[in-house]
Design a protein around this ligand. Structure first.
Ligand code: F6R
Length: 608
């Protein structure tokens, strides 16, 4: 989604803004622009297409000596990708320039009013309305004007605002769209994500919703909407710029796949001490849990797929009914949620618009809410009652891998914690499970060693047009993720099916050469899955089977077999997803796809 960066400092802003925008490219964008001061005016430069086009247009920013500026990468929502629709947007006379993430919901009525007052609109965006509104509300006082203007806006927004008459200052606002502040001796920054500020500083402040920040080269002041000053703790980002760089890998995706053992260790190790589960941030008591009659796991995309695994795991361990739900459906479903519901929200970014709204719906209806989040200080982390962080580090590739794996690890620990507190499992079971969870990183390491074998195998599937992933139970949950992984980065049409469901319609699509990936890692269901695999094989499918050596599948039953190590049956998804991530990656690589930034996709989906 769109990215914002702003700088007020003691050195030229333009190169810093371009560097910041480069570090936000991963979020997905189709145009970019910057605004800086030049000859007592605000100069705006923007270009549709890749950031390099903007760089070429402004000679890498070296011609600007302004030390204050704002920059933006736009992912089109209102209006097509074009130079006119790109940000920054200027007000009628050029008094203000702004960058905006989010959606101004009442833009149509504001636009109508402003048009009547003589404002001319150069773009189709909702953002331009805010620029003109600032000019319309201008009182001569920058802060007062910002404050009056945002009081008239409905919707979600992170804004960076420059005023021609205040060339040493910038205001930024956060409402339901991420924004952080970076502080350094060289100057101060705002950005929609941490990587953008890391080349300048690791000292940051998180902004909360409905806060306004005023920045100069030497000061940062945060205010609420009533202009009361707020004190905010300065934190240090634990990771440095190299964590958000490729470090010798060809793509962020493969780097992040390879980082999974480390991410798993860092997520798991602090939560298991002396054979006991320690879930920092969660203090659900036995009494509270005894009241829970249903659990809803709500998320989008891959995070939802973790929820599907969670459904099987929690139901088996805790014997509580669990519903895994897609956030965009849940929020409009008039859900049956009350004070006896536990709602588990999963999100890497912590900013996904539908997931955030689902969390709000659940809270409003009295549920206890628990969020699994990767980005510290994100909206979902701020708003959920209980938060558990996946210590995966920054995930830059649009297609998630290490965030998925660490979410899964936390899902296991949460399930086990609930089961233990409710007395549904005994200490021996807990001990055995914890040892198996602790052993996962090493097993993942072992699987990663077969990457060259998978790369070779991927060559033969690179030119396929369709793929089907089949599995039962937990294998089906992993099939959902494996299929999404393949289709989103390789653009091969792919579907995941519950193996037993195929013959109720979809099997009619199977013909000679159709690519089928069978997942047979849920031991008690291997024979059942294999009978479905034989059905597609009999119709000519080319079958790649993922299974475990000990499960007794004969190699002649399929075309290719990938064997992985075993662990407790409920934990198998943590292992089986890894070769399938690699398969998707290497197929996409063989097809020469833009793996880290697949077309039309954004890393953080902050619009509905
Ligand atoms: C797929 C992928 C997406 C995200 C989804 C939710 O590889 O990454 O499906 O899982 O957009 O995003 P978060 O977890 O940030 O809420």
């Amino acid at each position: 989604m769109c990215g914002i960066v702003g700088f007020t400092g003691k050195k030229p802003a333009a190169p810093i803004l371009l560097e910041g925008l480069a570090r936000l490219e991963y979020r997905g964008y189709d145009s970019a622009g910057i605004a800086v001061f030049k000859n007592d005016k605000i100069s705006v430069k923007k270009s549709c297409g890749k950031l390099q086009m903007l760089r070429d247009l402004i000679n890498d920013g070296v011609d600007f000596d302004s030390t204050v500026g704002i920059g933006h990468t736009r992912w089109a929502t209102h209006g097509k990708p074009s130079d006119e629709n790109s940000h920054p947007h200027r007000s009628q006379s050029g008094l203000f320039a702004i960058v905006h993430n989010g959606i101004i919901e009442n833009y149509a009525s504001l636009r109508k009013t402003l048009k009547k007052k003589g404002y001319t609109f150069l773009s189709e965006t909702d953002t331009e309305v805010v620029a003109h509104l600032l000019e319309e509300n201008y009182t001569g006082d920058f802060f007062e004007t910002v404050s009056k203007t945002i009081a008239m806006l409905e919707g979600s927004y992170a804004l960076g605002i420059l005023c021609k008459n205040n060339p040493d200052e910038m205001y930024a606002v956060r409402k339901s769209s991420p924004l952080i502040v970076g502080l350094s001796d060289e100057g101060n920054m705002v950005a929609s994500d941490i990587p953008a500020i890391l080349p300048v500083t690791r000292k940051i402040c998180y902004l909360n919703d409905n806060e306004i920040v005023h920045l100069t080269a030497d000061s940062v002041e945060i205010f609420d909407m009533d202009k009361n000053k707020i004190e905010r703790e300065v934190k240090t980002v634990e990771w440095d710029v190299s964590a958000a760089e490729k470090g010798g890998y060809e793509h962020f995706m493969i780097k992040e796949i390879m980082e999974q053992p480390k991410a798993l260790r860092e997520t798991i190790a602090p939560r298991i001490k002396d054979g006991q589960i320690h879930l920092d941030g969660i203090n659900l008591t036995k009494e509270q849990l005894e009241k829970v009659q249903r659990i809803n796991i709500i998320a989008c995309g891959s995070a939802y797929h973790v929820g599907v695994v969670g459904k099987y795991v929690i139901e088996q361990m805790c014997r509580i009914p669990v519903f895994a739900e897609i956030a965009s459906e849940f929020r409009y479903a008039d859900p049956i949620i009350d004070e006896n519901s536990l709602v588990i929200i999963i999100s890497q970014s912590g900013e996904t618009a539908d997931t955030l709204e689902a969390l709000r719906v659940a809270k409003k209806q009295g549920a206890t809410t628990l969020a699994i989040v990767n980005v510290v200080g994100s909206s979902i982390a701020n708003e959920a009652q209980h938060v558990l962080y996946t210590w995966a580090g920054p995930e830059i590739s649009v297609a998630t891998t290490k965030a998925y794996s660490t979410q899964l690890a936390l899902m296991y620990l949460i399930s086990l914690d609930i089961a233990q507190k409710l007395g549904r499992v005994d200490d021996k079971y807990v001990g055995k499970m914890l040892s198996s969870i602790e052993a996962l990183p090493e097993k993942v390491e072992k699987i990663l060693k077969i990457a060259p074998e998978i790369e070779e195998m991927a060559q033969r599937y690179a030119y396929l047009e369709h793929a089907y992933f089949l599995g039962r139970n937990l294998d089906y949950a992993v099939a959902l993720e494996a299929s999404l992984k393949l289709k989103e980065i390789s653009y091969i049409h792919s579907e995941a099916y519950a193996a037993g469901e195929l013959k109720h319609g979809t099997i009619s699509l199977i013909e000679t050469g159709t690519f089928v990936v069978g997942l047979a890692c849920t031991e008690r269901l291997v024979a059942k899955t294999m009978s479905n695999i034989k059905e597609v094989k009999a119709r000519g499918a080319e079958v790649l089977l993922l299974t475990c050596e000990d499960y007794g599948v004969h190699s002649e039953e399929v075309d290719h077999i990938l064997d992985i190590p075993t662990t407790h049956e409920l934990l198998m998804p943590s292992l089986e997803v890894v070769p399938l991530q690699l398969l998707g990656y290497y197929i996409a690589k063989a097809r020469n796809c833009d793996i880290d930034k697949p077309r039309n996709l954004a890393k953080s989906v902050t619009v509905e």
